[in-house]
Design a protein around this ligand. Structure first.
Ligand SMILES: Nc1ncnc2c1ncn2[C@@H]1O[C@H](COP(=O)(O)OP(=O)(O)OP(=O)(O)O)[C@@H](O)[C@H]1O
Ligand SMILES: [Mg+2]
Length: 253
């Protein structure tokens, strides 16, 4: 294999981040290093305020790095990039645009003549057939989040960054959305970094879970999740799943 194919797809090297606050500098991330191979599904867990969202915003190029560096496909991240799709806790849809027009927007902004066709196909992929012309006010929380995921995927990103995308949903809808996300991931083979505070969700979805410690956070645990795929709901009740959940819980506390 050549160096190009063995190089990590995403690499974070000695990354630190701090913010100016009332008392001076608030150190949030300290000396964080990890790398992610192409196609891996990584979940990030950690206590509230540890710096998970900060990490994701750094990976997305929405925040400048103070120290250390982030390489995406071998290139330093210096700002938002086309190959990266983002989904936050809030769907943040444009209320006057239909589901279809919301998903088409990123393509329209680039004058893509196939914007509507591609957005239509994307809505089928995220399970919203029949709701193409619905306005956001006519969608449930889970459906709005599907639109947000569709909007991120329609640009065919190589890297999908998700910050508690199901955080505002009830437990059952959340599990269903997890299943949907896995189905899409198995079809599309994106590299995913997803922040969640739900241990079971992280285990069910990921190939690997990173746990951030208290602020200023570094990586407290980097745990591979060696559970067979496709994952099935019964897996949540297996002894291996329970053992890993206990290990993650101990690392977070
Ligand atoms: N733009 C900013 N300016 C100043 N401080 C910030 C900024 N963004 C985040 N912080 C601070 O950095 C710390 C980490 O915030 P961050 O949102 O990354 O945490 P988190 O791990 O995502 O927490 P949660 O699980 O509650 O979402 C917090 O103390 C927060 O107050
Ligand atoms: Mg957060």
């Amino acid at each position: 294999m050549s160096a190009a194919t063995t190089a990590p797809f995403l690499s974070v090297e000695k990354l630190s981040a701090s913010f100016a606050d009332r008392t001076g500098q608030l150190s949030v991330l300290r000396n964080l290093s990890f790398s992610v191979p192409r196609g891996q599904f990584v979940c990030v867990l950690g206590p509230s305020g540890a710096g998970k969202s900060t990490l994701l915003r750094l990976l997305a190029g929405l925040l400048p790095t103070n120290a250390g560096r982030i390489l995406f496909a071998g290139e330093p991240v210096r700002g938002p990039q086309a190959g990266v799709g983002l989904v936050f806790q809030d769907a943040n849809l444009m209320p006057w645009r239909s589901a279809l027009d919301n998903v088409a927007l990123p393509l329209e902004l680039r004058n893509n003549p196939d914007a509507i066709d591609r957005a239509w196909d994307m809505l089928q992929l995220v399970g919203l057939q029949g709701f193409e012309l619905a306005l956001p006010s006519e969608l449930s929380g889970g459906m709005a989040q599907r639109v947000a995921i569709g909007r991120a995927l329609v640009q065919d990103p190589q890297l999908l960054l998700l910050d508690e995308p199901f955080g505002s949903l009830d437990a059952l809808t959340r599990e269903k959305m997890g299943e949907e996300l896995l189905r899409i991931w198995e079809l599309e083979h994106k590299t995913v970094v997803m922040v969640t505070h739900d241990i079971n969700e992280a285990l069910y979805l990921a190939d690997r879970v990173l746990v951030l410690g208290k602020r200023p956070a570094s990586i407290k645990l980097d745990m591979p999740v060696k559970l067979a795929r496709p994952r099935t709901p019964q897996l949540r009740y297996s002894p291996a799943f329970g053992r890993m959940a206990a290990r993650l819980r101990a690392a977070i506390e």
